[in-house]
Design a protein around this ligand. Structure first.
Ligand code: NDP
Length: 237
């Protein structure tokens, strides 16, 4: 019997990359999994068919749609908020609307989804949000909005851990370093620069991040909350 047999898991942003690895991991461990996607319809349908999970279209930039999705899927035993993206470029030149959209997806959605999930979540439920080592360290220019968004998750986790702790609900941030996905392919132009900061000079694999998420969602992690968990090959050390 799988570790998450009988458990219900909602993954926001599960069609590709780290989110897809999280969907696969929870399904392999027996959970019933629903995941959202925004742009990758085909990838989402394929993953759903392959894993026996349910794919639903919900744009994390739309606050009310996110809240409605979480409410409709509730109660969930585990919420994972993975959807997120980075914008690169000169801060003086960037479109403020694009920056605000990043904040809606990377910050507003995790907050509102976490609060909505907690309303109906059973005691002992788990909330896990994918942050970034860039919440702790930003060694290159052009990514201040992303760093801001991932640092903001740290304060959210510390605060909501206090709010939900009396019910045994934990909330944790997983902070990956470079992970080989469409957003940050190991074959990309930044590879050598990124590896130069690292002790383990390779990109991480989405499955490695999914493993940490599964541990945080599992029975051994009930005393772990309000904390950041970095998985980065010492990128930020
Ligand atoms: P990808 O771009 O490979 O995948 C992003 C996933 O999130 C896709 O499934 C995408 O779905 C979904 N998503 C993005 N925007 C939205 C949206 N508005 N609404 C719903 N779903 C959305 O990214 P990664 O897998 O690399 O990154 C996943 C998370 O990990 C992000 O939060 C990222 O910041 C973080 N991270 C990644 C690192 C890396 O090096 N890869 C390092 C540190 C953190 P769809 O395509 O269907 O829209």
């Amino acid at each position: 019997m799988g570790l998450f047999e009988g458990k219900s898991v909602l993954v926001l942003g599960g069609s590709r990359g780290i989110g897809a690895a999280i969907v696969r991991r929870f399904r392999a461990d027996g959970a019933q999994v629903t995941f959202t996607y925004a742009g990758s319809h085909e990838a989402a349908q394929q993953l759903a068919a392959e894993t026996g999970s349910t794919a639903v279209l919900t744009d994390s930039a739309d606050r009310d749609a996110v809240i409605a999705r979480v409410r409709d899927s509730s109660p969930v035993d585990v919420l994972v908020v993975n959807a997120g993206f980075a914008l690169f470029g000169d801060a003086l030149e960037q479109d403020p609307d694009a920056i605000d959209r990043l904040f809606r997806v990377n910050v507003h959605a995790p907050y509102h989804a976490s609060v909505e999930a907690a309303r109906q979540m059973p005691n002992g439920g788990r909330i896990i949000v994918i942050g970034s080592v860039n919440g702790d360290r930003m060694p290159v220019p052009g990514m201040a909005s992303y760093a801001l968004s991932k640092s903001a998750l740290q304060g959210m986790a510390r605060g909501l851990a206090r709010d939900f702790g009396p019910r045994g609900i934990t909330i944790n941030i997983v902070q990956p370093g470079p992970i080989d996905t469409d957003a940050n392919p190991e074959g990309g132009p930044m590879r050598d620069l990124m590896h130069s900061f690292m002790a383990i000079k390779r990109h991480g694999r989405p499955e490695e991040v999914a493993g940490m998420v599964a541990w945080l969602a599992g029975p051994e992690a009930g005393f772990v909350t309000g904390a950041m968990h970095t998985i980065d090959g010492a990128f930020g050390a």
